[in-house]
Ligand binder design. Structure first.
Ligand code: HEM
Length: 398
């Protein structure tokens, strides 16, 4: 029998998932840090089954942590009220129903002009202060942060605080205790905000929940925590890594510049190619015995998906290691998950990415890295792959 795999496995670079994982069969044994013997899924078909089949549970108290990390709650303890990503229906459905109306295609299409305006304002600031500039701090982080703050009703003036805490929560470079502290600080901050909204509700998402929903302050604060963290960390990483990927593939970038219709498919291909949710998530626990790709997953065993490898399954994506912006099957990626937990913010994220890439490359046609590519600091020890900084330059006047 093959030795069970353990996570994390080092990746050679930001664009290459670990080759050891890519070489594995679709479903293999994995040893979890607490001694549990569970599974790792690397095949696309098997991953879809795990995400869609109700015999696999997202309940936190049933799952073993695939890497030493803090999740949005205590490990193997029931989810705190409002923490719906680690719940199953019907508890999950109740919260999700309160939120879906805020993230529909129509709602996000109506928000697009505001997203474009935010991007333009950031580009004006960049042009005024640079070159050079750090695209992470000055572009990739502010756009999704400002957008999610406006949707939720969180004051953007507190961005330094919540961006730092959110970064610590997903990072594996610090101790689990430090990540817990960060989550506690953010929870306390959002609890105050929830109480404030209760007293004087605004016409934003948190105000509407405070006014109309039958939610407790704890539920409200936890929902705010999830949306605030999920709503900016992920998209910010995709913006900066996507820009780096395009700069490193000049022929693809030239095609994108020449054909604006390529922007939407390009976003799908970048989501597939980069798959930023790269370490130890998503994971599920089997509620009963399930046969998957010839392996018997026993009730109680945890299954973790290696999404970056799943999204490079050659059976689904021919020549998977190549970035091809017009790849016809790119939209079949699972970068946003699948099934009842499909990313709540996927329309929003797609729109933010399309706007952010298009506006940036239109404004700075000569945009390029300000340092050698090998010196770009990749944030790999984190649940979401990202960059610490992306120094860029351009020819003036821009
Ligand atoms: C769930 C990825 C942006 C909110 C998920 C899941 C993935 C994902 C893979 C499924 C996790 C699972 O099945 O266990 C991403 C990526 C993003 C992104 C790659 C950016 C490119 C956003 C944004 C929001 C958001 C902007 C803001 C609302 C959520 C929420 C869930 C979720 C609330 C939990 C859904 C549920 O359990 O029902 N995301 N996400 N995400 N995402 Fe995103």
């Amino acid at each position: 029998m093959r030795t069970p795999i353990t996570l994390p496995v080092e990746r050679p670079g930001p664009f290459e998932p670990p080759p050891e994982l890519a070489a594995l069969p679709p479903v293999v044994r994995m040893a979890y840090p607490d001694g549990h013997l569970g599974w790792l899924v690397t095949g696309h078909a098997a991953a879809r089954v795990v995400l869609a089949d109700p015999r696999f549970s997202a309940r936190q108290e049933l799952r073993h942590a695939p890497i030493r990390m803090v999740r949005l709650g205590d490990v193997r303890a029931p989810s705190r009220p409002g923490m719906f990503p680690s719940m199953d229906p019907p508890g999950h459905t109740r919260y999700r129903r309160l939120l879906t109306g805020w993230f529909t295609t129509r709602r996000i299409a109506a928000l697009e002009p505001r997203i474009a305006e935010i991007a333009r304002e950031r580009l004006d600031l960049l042009a005024g202060a640079g070159p050079p500039a750090d695209l992470v701090a000055d572009y990739a982080l502010p756009i999704p942060s400002l957008v999610i703050c406006e949707i939720l009703g969180v004051p953007y003036t507190d961005h330094a605080f919540f961006q730092e805490q959110a970064g610590l929560m997903v990072s594996l470079e610090h101790s689990v205790e430090r990540a817990r502290e960060a989550m506690g600080a953010l929870y306390a901050y959002l609890g105050d905000l929830a109480r404030h909204q209760r007293a004087r509700p605004g016409d934003d998402l948190l105000g509407a929940l405070a006014r109309d929903g039958d939610l407790t302050d704890e539920e409200l604060a936890n929902i705010a925590l999830i949306l605030l963290v999920a709503g900016h960390e992920t998209t910010a990483s995709m913006i900066s890594l996507g820009v780096l990927a395009l700069l490193r593939h000049p022929a693809e970038l030239a095609r994108l510049r020449a054909d604006p219709a390529l922007a939407a498919p390009a976003v799908e291909e970048l989501l597939r190619y980069l798959t930023i949710l790269h370490l130890g998530a998503p994971s599920r626990a089997a509620l009963e015995d399930v046969e998957l790709e010839g392996e018997l997953i026993r009730a109680g065993e945890t299954v973790t998906l290696a999404l970056p490898v799943v999204n490079r399954d050659p059976a689904e994506f021919p020549g998977p290691g190549r970035l091809r912006l017009d790849r016809p099957e790119a939209g079949r990626h699972l970068a946003f998950g699948h099934g009842v937990h499909l990313c709540l913010g996927h329309h929003l994220a797609r729109t933010e990415l399309r706007v952010a890439y298009t506006a940036l490359f239109a404004r700075f046609p000569s945009l390029r890295l300000a340092i050698p590519p090998g010196e770009v600091r990749v944030r790999a020890a984190s649940i979401t792959l990202g960059l610490h900084a992306l120094p860029v330059t351009w020819d003036t006047p821009a």
